[in-house]
Design a protein around this ligand. Structure first.
Ligand SMILES: *Cc1c(COP(=O)(O)O)cnc(C)c1O
Length: 336
């Protein structure tokens, strides 16, 4: 069996399970869980922020970020394809009364800063108050350049906006950019990070920012039902993910590149190998039989996401052999 649907499907390693079993715990709502406290302190230091908050999901971390930066009736600028606009149930609007102002993403995943500028509302009571810009890195597996992120920081400073990064896969971005993660995080007021994707933890995300920001987010986390008790059980695995996970992400990128080249050699698929930058590969089915392909692969024990395009994600639990088996199976499908 191999699962290319997402890097969220990884199972905790033996080392994680052992750490979870023996984790020292306390009631984290009282601030008493030493394993959570130590993960938060380590994460803040590792990512270059004053404070960090352990959250149940990346969706929750993004929601808390938006609600902590913005008041009811404010708005945030984000990409049309931003996770925190499209894939989070409209939480910012529903739970935060914060209006998203989406802007079409450029092909490289960035938001053109001229377009962002045009979307900032004038100080007029007809309009929502534009409070922040939210970027995503990686976005659809693509990496924002360090230079672009520097410009975005300046743009936000010039216009009095907060700058948030949905950094669900920020370590993939750092690996691809060939820099320490702090070279990315230093541009942002807040960052969310998923421990449960390529880093391999079973559950959990982090939100990072100043102490005042994290204090506000902690209050809001309780409000949305995210105050967990002996959460050290989860944080123990999260700590291993954060410490060890980044070192092997390059393998996922290499496997994705290898897969990408293999798919490009299949005439029935349309793929731009240059668009494979990290651990996500997209391929369009020229014959339009994506769901048949998915079912064919599923019968062979290989799972993929059959949208248009089809998405393949590499991670901890798929290796080069799995990629070869996937490529062989796809060739088999087109020959059958
Ligand atoms: C996965 C993901 C999230 C959050 O996901 P959860 O499933 O809620 O942990 C946020 N942003 C991006 C870009 C993601 O890929």
């Amino acid at each position: 069996m191999s699962d290319f649907r997402s890097d969220t499907v990884t199972r905790p390693t033996d080392r994680m399970r052992k750490a979870m079993a023996s984790a020292e715990v306390g009631d984290d709502v009282y601030g008493d869980d030493p394993t959570v406290n130590s993960l938060q302190a380590y994460a803040a230091e590792r990512l270059g922020f004053e404070s960090a908050l352990f959250t149940s999901t990346g969706t929750q971390a993004n929601l808390l970020a938006i609600m902590s930066h913005c008041e009811r009736g404010d708005e945030y600028l984000c990409g049309q394809s931003a996770h925190n606009y499209r894939y989070e149930g409209g939480g910012a609007a529903v739970l935060g009364s914060v209006q998203p102002q989406p802007i079409e993403n450029e092909p490289d995943g960035s938001i053109h800063l001229q377009k962002a500028k045009a979307a900032i509302k004038a100080d007029d009571f007809h309009f929502a108050v534009t409070r922040m810009l939210s970027l995503e890195n990686t976005i659809g597996g693509k990496v924002l350049s360090l230079d672009y992120q520097r410009q975005a920081r300046k743009f936000c400073d010039d216009h009095g906006l907060q700058l948030h990064l949905d950094g669900a896969r920020i370590f993939n971005a750092a690996v691809k950019s060939g820099c320490d993660v702090t070279e990315i995080t230093k541009h942002y007021d807040s960052v969310s990070v998923c421990l449960s994707k390529g880093l391999g933890a079973p559950v959990g995300s982090l939100l990072l920012g100043t102490k005042a920001f994290i204090d506000r987010a902690t209050r809001l986390r309780k409000m949305v039902g995210g105050g967990m008790r002996q959460a050290g059980i989860l944080a123990a695995a999260g700590r291993i993910a954060l410490e060890q996970g980044p070192h092997r992400l390059y393998e996922d990128h290499e496997n994705a590149e290898y897969l990408s080249a293999g798919l490009a050699a299949i005439p029935q698929l349309e793929i731009n190998p240059a668009s494979t930058q990290t651990n996500i590969v997209y391929a369009r089915c020229r014959t339009g039989r994506a769901s048949q392909l998915r079912d064919y692969l599923a019968d062979l024990g290989i799972q993929v996401t059959a949208g248009d395009p089809i998405r393949f994600v590499t991670h901890l639990d798929v290796d080069r052999q799995d990629v070869d088996r996937l490529l062989g199976a796809i060739q088999g499908f087109y020959q059958s």
